[in-house]
Design a protein around this ligand. Structure first.
Ligand code: SAM
Length: 328
């Protein structure tokens, strides 16, 4: 079992299998000027599986495949199938924008995927196109429906709340949990290399941040009731509208410091272990993976160096990568 300096058990690994994405969400990556990591610097499917096996041997039980957009990776089905078969991996999930899920939900389920998190920031097709820079809301919605039909469960919808853009939709999004057994999760905007002007009529930097406390106030009419938290629930706080089949959750890196419950490590598509999403400290494991070296030692080192928490309150914001290059 991996235990860090602060007594946190590290049981969860997020693997970003690609930095490529079929959208350009404004808060996640710039509209232009971001070049893809060169092909020869990326890990391949065998590398991801090797690292996942080493992680499982050290007590990692939960793996999430992310990106970029993981569904644009040509080997995503094989990666899911092989990682899902590793002894000790009890929970394998995926984060996607759902654009390709209409065609891929069934094959993903057949490959062994059990559940999926889907990014959806608005229910308005025109706003969806603006924030994603060219995405088609209806295509994403069809993807969500296809995920449900394929039996992927639970479906979690992630909404990054941006003041002056989609904060007025918080109640409508939360009410989706009344009609569907979905988990609607509101995420505070994280200041990760995104202080630039987003264009497309999107709000300026000083208007964007909305705290979870404000989100709660906006949902006061829905009488949210807290759900019991499990040891595995990570940074999310979960609630339910009385009688709803689904839930409403909040992820709050700033409003409520969530680091004390962090159980994660991250692997970037170019082979760097990152022990904190919001601190730019990484260990390169690429050469070790390629050379067949002992990967356990690198994982242990990353855990050993895991910071107690981020330092956003001291204005120390990560700026070497944008979120699409980390995986969220
Ligand atoms: N392409 C996939 C998707 O759209 O979900 C996976 C990659 S995306 C980087 C993973 C998660 O990071 C998404 O839920 C996204 O909303 C979140 N994310 C990206 N930038 C963010 C930011 N600045 N603040 C908070 N969450 C962010």
């Amino acid at each position: 079992m991996l235990i860090d300096h602060y007594g946190r058990a590290i049981t969860y690994l997020r693997i970003s299998i690609t930095d490529r994405c079929n959208l350009r969400c404004a808060y996640c990556q710039p509209a232009s000027g971001l070049s893809w990591i060169p092909e020869d610097k990326l890990l391949n499917k065998d590398d991801f599986v090797r690292l996942a096996k080493a992680a499982a041997s050290l007590g990692i039980t939960k793996i999430r495949i992310t990106g970029g957009e993981p569904l644009v990776h040509p080997d995503v089905l094989e990666i899911i199938e092989r990682i899902g078969a590793i002894p000790g991996i009890q929970d394998l999930s995926l984060t996607s924008n759902a654009i390709l899920l209409e065609e891929m939900a069934k094959p993903m389920a057949a490959a062994g995927l059990k559940r999926v998190n889907i990014s959806l920031d608005t229910l308005d097709p025109e706003k969806y196109r603006r924030v994603t820079r060219f995405g088609d809301f209806n295509q994403a919605w069809k993807g969500i429906m296809a995920a449900e039909e394929a039996g992927l469960s639970p479906i979690k919808l992630n909404t990054v709340v941006v003041g002056g853009f989609n904060d007025d939709e918080i109640p409508a999004l939360a009410r989706l949990s009344l009609d569907h057994p979905w988990h609607i999760r509101f995420i505070e905007l994280m200041p990760v290399a995104n202080s630039n002007d987003w264009g497309n009529g999107l709000p300026p930097v000083n208007q964007r941040y909305v705290s979870v406390q404000t989100m709660h106030e906006m949902l006061a009419d829905l009488s949210l009731e807290p759900e019991a938290t499990s040891a595995n629930s990570g940074p999310e706080r979960t609630f339910r509208i009385p009688g709803a089949p689904g839930t409403v959750g909040f992820i709050s890196p700033l409003g409520e410091h969530f680091c004390a419950r962090c159980n994660r490590l991250r692997l970037t598509a170019d082979g760097r272990l990152r022990s904190c999403l919001l601190v730019d400290k990484e260990i390169s494991i690429r050469d070790a993976i390629k050379s067949g070296a002992d990967l356990e030692a690198f994982l242990m080192k990353a855990v050993e160096e895991k910071p107690r928490g981020h330092e956003l309150h001291d204005h120390n914001c990560p700026d070497t990568r944008c979120m699409s290059q980390i995986g969220g």
